[in-house]
Design a protein around this ligand. Structure first.
Ligand code: G3P
Length: 218
């Protein structure tokens, strides 16, 4: 499973990239707004930090402007994945950009039917938002199961399932069990993944026992 981090904070991205665990980055207009920085500048900086795909979202909602914005974003760096919303205009833009060889992430997916359309439009990634479905009392992860199953019926399909709107480590574990290709994870959830009280307890005991030996490896 590939791990993308869902943030536009370049300091957080640098810190996580240094761990060697990061395969890419996703941003969205809300995450960019949180940084208070110039969008193009931030995207360029992120692309220089990570080699993997960096999702940068168009701002327009009409096809013509979306396509123009998408082309501009794609020209910023080789590792840009243009992010478009799951609307008819977004799908049309996806189709055009994909044909031109640009990676496209179709975002704001909330149903299996929408995911089928994204694949038909040639999306590199489809982003189903699991947390936002959980928030309205639906089972977000069952959407992932459905999409993975549908896509697996068509082995020629190249579209990868990018699990988005992740809120906790169990979303990632379930995504792995279901065979989703990518999880985009908020930095705090990525850090939570490593924590286990028995790891802390076990390590404390090993450190204490090692000290008793009076030895040094180096
Ligand atoms: O970047 C898209 C998605 O991951 C947003 O998540 O937490 O705003 O629902 P959230």
């Amino acid at each position: 499973m590939k791990f993308f981090v869902d943030t536009a904070d370049t300091e957080e991205i640098r810190e996580l990239a240094d761990t060697g665990l990061l395969d890419g980055v996703t941003t969205n207009p809300s995450l960019v707004a949180k940084t208070g920085r110039d969008f193009i500048e931030v995207v360029k900086e992120i692309c220089s930090i990570v080699d993997g795909p960096v999702s940068a979202e168009v701002a327009a909602t009409d096809y013509e402007t979306m396509l123009e914005e998408g082309k501009k974003l794609a020209d910023l760096a080789d590792n840009i994945a243009v992010k478009v919303p799951l609307t008819m205009a977004g799908l049309k833009t996806c189709s055009q950009l994909s044909k031109a060889g640009t990676q496209v992430n179709v975002t704001l997916c909330f149903s299996p039917a929408q995911a089928i359309l994204a694949a038909k439009a040639g999306a590199t990634y489809v982003s189903p938002f699991v947390g936002r479905l959980d928030d309205i009392g639906q089972e977000g992860m069952s959407l992932i199961g459905d999409i993975v199953q549908i896509y697996s019926n068509y082995p020629a399909l190249q579209t990868e399932v990018l699990v988005a709107s992740i809120r906790n480590p169990m979303h990632i574990v379930q995504a792995g069990l279901m065979g989703a290709e990518v999880c985009t994870i908020p930095p705090q959830v990525l850090k939570q993944l490593v924590s286990h009280p028995l790891t802390d307890k076990g390590l404390a005991a090993f450190v204490a026992d090692w000290e008793k030996t009076g030895q040094s490896i180096l």
